[in-house]
Design a protein around this ligand. Structure first.
Ligand code: GRF
Length: 188
């Protein structure tokens, strides 16, 4: 069993998938903490409903990234967190967090990296006319979606799908691939 924290600032569909996998015994982890930098994020309500501790902060209340990351690391250590799982956390990580958890921070991104890094990756791919899109899971480094790849899964399109439909397909893959990939990592 690994103690993990999930960092998320969106609707939390991946958060749900990870919680379900833990509850079903498919993911050998204890989710100790949800960290979010967005007070209005839906995922916070979801964590609260599950009775999970949350750490919600506003980056603008801190003088620097190093300052708020030091506060986060302190909380992670207090909860005995061993791995950090990003699921829609939209900030680049700095040396403070990366240094505290070397090779123990994982992210999921909705493209076949190294293509289409950053925001709106599905939209970027569709606008470029891609017929194959997908999902990547990777270690996190200081760059934007640049860390070493762990797993990828492709989705082949007819070209007639709407962006919404492609997003649904991407989420569907994410919700299977993330728990499965983390389970493999945690067993090693
Ligand atoms: C996912 O598409 C993930 O790949 C990206 O952020 C999105 C989060 O979605 N990093 P959700 O909040 O889990 O629904």
């Amino acid at each position: 069993m690994k103690n993990i924290a999930i960092f998320a600032s969106g609707t939390g569909s991946n958060f749900d998938a990870l919680i379900n996998a833990v509850e079903n015994g498919d993911l050998p982890a204890n989710i100790k903490l949800l960290v979010s930098d967005k007070k209005s994020a839906k995922v916070i309500e979801k964590a609260e409903k599950k009775g999970l501790p949350t750490l919600v902060f506003s980056a603008k209340d801190y003088a620097s990234k190093a300052d708020y990351e030091a506060m986060i690391v302190e909380n992670l250590q207090k909860h005995g967190v061993e791995w950090v799982v990003l699921a829609g956390y939209m900030r680049l990580l700095g040396e403070t967090l990366l240094g505290a958890y070397p090779n123990k921070i994982i992210n999921i991104h909705p493209s076949l990296l190294p293509a289409y890094k950053g925001k709106d990756a599905v939209k970027q791919a569709l606008e470029a006319g891609e017929k194959t899109v997908g999902v990547s899971i990777h270690y996190v480094d200081a760059g934007m979606d640049t860390g070493q790849l762990i797993a990828q899964e492709s989705i082949h399109l007819t070209g007639r799908e709407t962006e919404f439909e492609v997003m649904e397909m991407v989420h569907h893959i994410e919700h299977q691939l993330y728990p499965r990939t983390l389970a493999k990592l945690f067993k090693n």
